[in-house]
Design a protein around this ligand. Structure first.
Ligand code: HEC
Ligand code: HEC
Ligand code: HEC
Length: 120
């Protein structure tokens, strides 16, 4: 993210709030087809990935339930989207599965391949 440090702090604070509210199950699921409307590139790489076929891990399993952030007016504003439940997961999150039960350990290289494309 290329934003000023103050905003980063704000975003980090919002993310913490977000994780707290997700734990309370506050945000409704909308399903990956909803995300596909605007993120077809990510959808098409995800649907073939082991996350979709083996781990049963979809968009909202990593990015948080979308019920309150999927609307375009919120989605285009990253701090608002995070406040509404959007999560940009970290390697710590990935390690809930990676590095256990034969799933390859998380590395920076593997992390960078989470979406098998370069969107921008
Ligand atoms: C109506 C269109 C729309 C829908 C539906 C939508 N998004 Fe987005 N999303 C956007 C826009 C616009 C952005 C702003 C960044 C960009 O231009 O891609 C964005 C950004 C994102 C980002 C990147 C945030 C960042 O800045 O790094 C993630 C992650 C994301 N969306 C996930 C999702 C997920 C998961 C869903 C489904 C639950 C979803 N989106 C549904 C339009 C949408
Ligand atoms: C295994 C977890 C995981 C799953 C499943 C997942 N994502 Fe992501 N996604 C990530 C990570 C990690 C990033 C990169 C965040 C960063 O830049 O720090 C990301 C980035 C994005 C971005 C920002 C642009 C880009 O391509 O990097 C969008 C948009 C996005 N994801 C949408 C989706 C959608 C839509 C789905 C479902 C079809 C999905 N993601 C499924 C983990 C996941
Ligand atoms: C719910 C468990 C789970 C979580 C959480 C998870 N993964 Fe995975 N991931 C898997 C499994 C299972 C595989 C398949 C391993 C195999 O059989 O090779 C996999 C495979 C991958 C692959 C290989 C690509 C592919 O489709 O084969 C990448 C890259 C990856 N994960 C990145 C991530 C990243 C980055 C995160 C965190 C943002 C993450 N994963 C979170 C379970 C998970």
């Amino acid at each position: 993210m290329k934003r000023v440090p103050l905003l980063l702090l704000l975003v980090a604070a919002l993310l913490l709030l977000t994780v707290g509210s997700l734990a309370n199950g506050e945000h409704a699921k909308v399903g990956p087809e909803r995300c596909k409307m605007c993120h077809a590139i990510q959808y098409n790489s995800w649907v073939k990935s082991k996350h979709a076929t083996v781990a049963k891990l979809n968009c909202e399993g990593c990015h948080g339930n979308g019920g309150d952030y999927w609307h375009p007016n919120i989605m285009k504003d990253l701090p608002k989207a995070k406040a509404a439940g959007l999560i940009l997961p970290t390697k710590e999150f990935c390690s809930k599965c990676h590095g256990k039960n034969g799933v390859p350990a998380m590395t920076d290289a593997l992390f960078a391949q989470v979406h098998a494309h370069k969107a921008k």
